[in-house]
Write a protein that binds this ligand. Sequence first.
Ligand SMILES: [Zn+2]
Length: 55
Amino acid sequence: MNGYSLYSCDTPRCTGLKEVITPDGYLCEDCADELAAEYEDEGNQPTNIGVARHT
Ligand SMILES: [Zn+2]
């Protein structure tokens, strides 16, 4: 072992295992959750995903 695993999360310094494919790489669940939260916080998504509003 050289300290780097092919199966480790793509986030630097994260020791989690790759579990979820995201636009930013192959991340562990924790990092993927944080990433998803960040995208939601931006509130300006390029596409409407599953949101239908009748106005
Ligand atoms: Zn991670």
